[in-house]
Write a protein that binds this ligand. Sequence first.
Ligand SMILES: NC(=O)c1ccc[n+]([C@@H]2O[C@H](COP(=O)([O-])OP(=O)(O)OC[C@H]3O[C@@H](n4cnc5c(N)ncnc54)[C@H](O)[C@@H]3O)[C@@H](O)[C@H]2O)c1
Length: 257
Amino acid sequence: MSFKDKLVAVTGAAGGIGQSLCRYFAEEGAAIAALDKSESVKTFAAELKATGARITPCVTDVSDKKQVASTFEKLGPVDILINNAGFSAHPTFAKTDPEGWDFDIDGNLNGAYYCAHAVIPGMKEKGCGSIIAIGSVNGLMGFGDPAYSASKAGLISLTKSLAMEYGRFNIRANIVLPGTVRTPLWDLKAGKDDTTFERLRKWYPLGRIVEPIDVARTVAFLASDAASAITGASLVVDCGLTAGNIVMTRELTIQDF
Ligand SMILES: NC(=O)c1ccc[n+]([C@@H]2O[C@H](COP(=O)([O-])OP(=O)(O)OC[C@H]3O[C@@H](n4cnc5c(N)ncnc54)[C@H](O)[C@@H]3O)[C@@H](O)[C@H]2O)c1
């Protein structure tokens, strides 16, 4: 899976999954444009550069359409766009006021649209391209965070629309739907409550949660020529979470598995 001579744009590049994506694609020979609204993307990029990676940090808030357009204009044509930036700021409907709803939809869904809109002309000109979104199992089922979940469901739809409309230009669009991923944010929660991972594990048929590298490998597969016939797909990377309800299954079958 070599990505030599490819320019890969990763949004949310300074975060847990974003860093793993940048490292993985850099190791596979790609040049990376690392977009993040946080200035910390500069420090991360400098660290990765020191290992020999070709990486350019771009401090960009993807929910700001002007910033997105200006960043991609400077970058020139990209081969692979990974819409990874995302967050959940409102855990319940009761705690989501209209401003909060807009904030979550802007960061998680509209930003992905702005980035796709910015890269498609260059991909059309090249006659190829791959756009991959990092969605969530929240886009499929109810797990709280209503605005976040609605935006992740929206990303599945956006992915299908892109696949339909741009397939004839050899531009593929796919989405990866992770379950709980062990990122620094979760490690922080676990630091405050050491039962966190143990309590989570019981919901996952594989008996573990997802690691950032699991997501990076799946994205790399979808971006590679090995997946040249795959477009419009939603691929769960969830250690079996959405295969069924394992906790209920244990109860129903009275089996200790
Ligand atoms: N960690 C999980 O359990 C999990 C599960 C399913 C899906 N995901 C998805 O994976 C993606 C990455 O999440 P993560 O766990 O690495 O989170 P993270 O908080 O570690 O990283 C997210 C990064 O996105 C950046 N970001 C947020 N809003 C932005 C904006 N408007 N413009 C530019 N950058 C922005 C943040 O600064 C941060 O660096 C997200 O889309 C998230 O929804 C995560």
